[in-house]
Design a protein around this ligand. Sequence first.
Ligand code: PBG
Length: 331
Amino acid sequence: MDLTHRPRRLRRDRIRGLVSETTLEPTDLVAPVFVDATADARVPIESMPGHERVPIEESVARVEEVLATGVEAVILFGIPESKDPEGSRAWADDGVIQEATRRITDGTDAYVITDACLCEYTDHGHCGHLEAGLEGRSHEHEPTTTVDNDATLDALERIAVSHAAAGADMIAPSGMMDGQVGAIRGALDREGFSDIPVMSYAAKYESAFYGPFRDAADGAPAFGDRRHYQMDPANAREALREVRLDVEQGADALIVKPALPYLDVVGAIRREFDHPVVAYNVSGEYAMLQAAAEKGWLDLDAVAHESLLSIKRAGADLIITYFAEELAPGL
Ligand code: PBG
C-alpha cells in the first residue's frame, strides 16, 4: 500500500503526548463549595455523590481538602439561616457567605470566588426582587414576568460589596439581570474595590441540568420558572450579544453555563473574544455520570476526564466542576 498520509504515525505511545493539543491541569479547575448556616454537621447532598453542605465552622477545613488536591480556587454558595422576600441575608455582614469568606481568606491561600445571586436567599426562590403584586402567586396563574430587573440591581450591588468587604477575591454574578455587571463594577469601584474582578455568568441558560444544585442550595423557584431572565437553550447568537454587553460593562472573565450541552457556545465565545472563558460543568452533568457509573455502565474517572478535556478543547480556559477534587490528583 502506498499511502502518503498516515495520521496513525503520531499516535504511538512516545509521540502521542508530544502532539497533544489540549492539557488539563489542577489549576484549570474551580471547585464549588456549599456552606450551610442551618447545619451543625456536614450534610451529604444526595443527588451529588461526594459533595456535602458544610457548617460555617467547617468551611476552612472543607477548603483545605480542596487545596490538598492541587485545585487552587473555590466558588462559594451559601444556604442562609433564614429567607425573606427581598433575600436580605444575601448582603448581611454576618451572612453565611460573608462569614465563610472571612474565615477562608484569613485561614487559607485559596482564591475565593463568590456567587452573587438572590435565589438561595429569597423565600420565593427567584434570582431577584419580584414585581409588585406578584408575591405568592401560584403556578396556576403563572405570571409571564416576575422579577423586577432594575430593583434587583441595587441588591446585587450590595451583595457584591459585602462579599468584597469580607475578603472575596472575585465576584461572580449569576442572576442574569440586564446591566448587572455594570452595576456591580460601579459599586465595587465606588467602595474601593476596583482591584476585584467580576466573572460574569454571561451566557447562562434556562437549563434542566441545574436540578441537583437546586436541591443542594435549596434555590428552586417556588412558582414559575427562570425562562424570562435566563437564556433560551435554542439560542447561540444571542449568547454573543449577552457576552458583548457584559464585556462593555467591564466583565473580566466570561462564564458559559451549562458546559457540555453548550460547547458550540464556548467555542464561539472563544473565537470572538479574548477574555478568559469559563465553562460551568453543572450539577446535572455531574449527577448523570455519577448515576451511570453507580450502575456500572460507565467508568467514572475516564468519562469525567474526557468531559473536562472536551470542555477545554472547545475553548474554555477554566472549568467550574464538581469533579475538581476527584480528578485533580491524577492530572
Ligand atoms: C444561582 C446558581 C445556580 C447555579 C449556580 N448558581 C442555580 C440556578 O440558576 O438555578 C447552578 C449550578 C449547578 O447546577 O451546578 N443562580
